[in-house]
Design a protein around this ligand. Structure first.
Ligand SMILES: Nc1nc2c(c(=O)[nH]1)N(C=O)[C@@H](CNc1ccc(C(=O)N[C@@H](CCC(=O)O)C(=O)O)cc1)CN2
Ligand SMILES: Nc1nc2c(ncn2[C@@H]2O[C@H](COP(=O)(O)OP(=O)(O)OP(=O)(O)O)[C@@H](O)[C@H]2O)c(=O)[nH]1
Ligand SMILES: [Mg+2]
Length: 475
């Protein structure tokens, strides 16, 4: 139990309509009594005049008292809803921290107390951090799922199964000279551990998809100089993010914008036109373009009507630059199956740009261009043709790659490493069936400390500072 009471502004930037100040700890009652003149009835919004230590009025607002232990932090909690002016909040915080035993909260300290008092586990705290930083609908849905205990449930289930297996191994010490009983128990434990290994592997594999919710679905726009790459980026981003000129070789650096497409975070990168060049700056740009292509989940290969090679030859020359290409049909190419840690979707879409420069009715030349070249899309930033279709396709691919946000698990590196560690240990148990029971018990114990660290049950003390500093002050 903490002796100090913490207080902070929990609502957003000032000025705001209403500012919410929270306090947590043993002095929450004293704070309420001092500021409001009385202790409001628990869990009822009460209108009060807030006064400082000298009795001067700070503001008139709503006060709330939540009595421990069934509160968000597990401690007594006070809330004050004030008018959201900078000076109002400053005066209130200064009056509050003048009370003995009350100090300003550090980043994430309310959540940390909730964790330390067992109100939430570490995966739920991490889910809350994700919820606060969620910018798209899919990110929000995944985060609220995790903050509500979806991962906790999975990891506690694993822990329970492992604990049962350990109990049986430890019990088998006593059966050492009773032959049959010990062997039956041993077979049961081995089967249980095998199943656990299988479930953990499935979990890690589906987490690889969820990672796209964290990093964004990466799309690289590539093509020859002047193909209309920067124009397309600007059109999709709906702002002038990249310089556009009629001079081939305008773009040198990779220019990225983050979009919300159908609720999925998409990072769209404009790159330098790829060509042989003697210009040192442009050459570096071309190298960066190739790197961006390799790191992307989707490549948009652009060609304008002046481009000679045509989409198919270009497609095949692009393939040699992409690490794990999937054809436009989503088929993996032979000998280039995804590595385990690689992202599931890699695709190339060919785009014919500047279709407005071609004579004829829009419908005619779309039909002609698709027939002639087999482009996936024909577009014009002048008329807007094809842009909505292209955007929809990118969003679809992002959704396919990331999976359903209520099921995908955007694991953190910390979690992935702990699971991989526990897996390695369990596999070493599996692979040494002749090991003495004492050794087996020790191996399983080591695996269980890794699983315990996932939910924060064990061995995370030095990690907590890192995890909770991710939050803002007041959370
Ligand atoms: N004004 C305000 N709004 C807020 C918060 C807050 O602290 N203050 N929250 C801050 O994050 C979130 C809500 N989270 C909360 C989670 C648990 C409890 C709580 O008191 N739980 C008890 C009692 C449940 C009950 O009475 O039904 C419990 O779970 O035992 C309160 C808020 C979002 N909105
Ligand atoms: N008519 C027409 N012109 C376009 C279209 N898209 C781009 N352009 C023009 O084509 C020229 C090149 O466009 P950019 O977007 O700078 O081309 P880029 O591929 O980024 O070129 P680099 O950065 O040099 O590789 C500019 O003059 C654009 O105005 C289009 O859809 N229709
Ligand atoms: Mg450009």
């Amino acid at each position: 139990m903490h002796t100090e009471t913490i207080v902070a502004l929990s609502s957003g930037a000032l000025p705001s309509g209403v500012a919410v100040i929270r306090a947590s700890g043993a002095k929450a009652r004293a704070l309420l009594e001092s500021v409001c003149g009385d202790l409001p009835e628990p869990r009822r919004a009460s209108l009060r005049t807030f006064r400082d230590g000298d009795g001067a009025v700070i503001d008139r607002g709503i006060a709330l008292f939540f009595d421990a232990p069934k509160t968000v932090t597990g401690e007594d909690v006070a809330e004050f809803h004030l008018h959201g002016g900078r000076a109002v909040v400053a005066a209130f915080l200064s009056a509050a921290t003048r009370i003995e035993g009350v100090r300003s909260a550090e980043a994430g300290e309310f959540t940390r107390r909730a964790f330390e008092n067992g109100r939430i586990d570490l995966t739920e705290a991490e889910g809350l951090a994700d919820l606060l930083s969620a910018e798209t609908e899919a990110q929000r849905r995944a985060a609220v799922n995790q903050a509500s205990g979806a991962l906790r449930h999975v990891y506690e289930g694993w822990m329970e199964r492992l604990t049962r297996a350990r109990a049986m191994v430890e019990a088998s010490f006593d059966f050492a000279d009773e032959g049959d009983v010990g062997e039956d128990a041993d077979a049961g434990v081995r089967q249980a551990v095998d199943r656990l290994i299988g479930d953990m592997k499935t979990h890690l594999a589906s987490a690889a998809r969820g990672e796209i919710l964290r990093t964004g679905f990466k799309v690289a726009i590539v093509g020859a100089p002047n193909a209309g790459k920067s124009s397309l980026l600007n059109a999709l981003a709906e702002r002038e993010a990249a310089i556009v000129t009629d001079i081939p070789g305008t773009t040198r650096d990779v220019i990225s914008v983050t979009l919300d497409l159908g609720g999925y975070p998409v990072i769209l990168s404009d790159t330098a036109g790829i060509r042989e060049t003697k210009d040192k700056v442009e050459e570096i740009g071309v190298a960066k373009a190739r790197a961006a292509m390799r790191e992307s989940d989707l490549v948009l290969a652009l060609e304008d009507p002046a481009d000679a090679p045509g989409p198919i030859s270009r497609f095949f020359s692009l393939m040699s630059m992409v690490k794990h290409p999937l054809g436009p049909m989503g088929l993996a190419l032979p000998g280039q199956e995804d590595e385990e840690e690689a992202r599931p979707t890699r695709a190339i879409l060919t785009v014919r740009t500047k279709i407005d420069e071609v004579e004829g009715s829009p419908d005619d030349h779309r039909a002609r261009a698709i027939e002639k070249g087999g482009y996936d899309f024909v577009t014009s930033v002048k008329t807007g043709e094809g842009l909505a279709d292209l955007t929809r396709r990118i969003a679809d691919l992002a959704r396919e790659a990331a999976g359903d946000p209520t099921e995908t698990i955007p694991l953190r590196q910390r979690q992935r490493e702990l699971i991989a560690d526990a897996l390695r240990i369990l596999e070493s148990y599996r692979d040494e069936p002749e090991a003495p029971a004492e050794v087996a018990a020790e191996t399983l114990r080591r695996a269980s400390t890794r699983l315990g660290a996932l939910t924060g049950q064990v061995g995370v003390e030095d990690l907590l500072d890192v995890i909770f500093s991710e939050f803002c002050i007041g959370k």
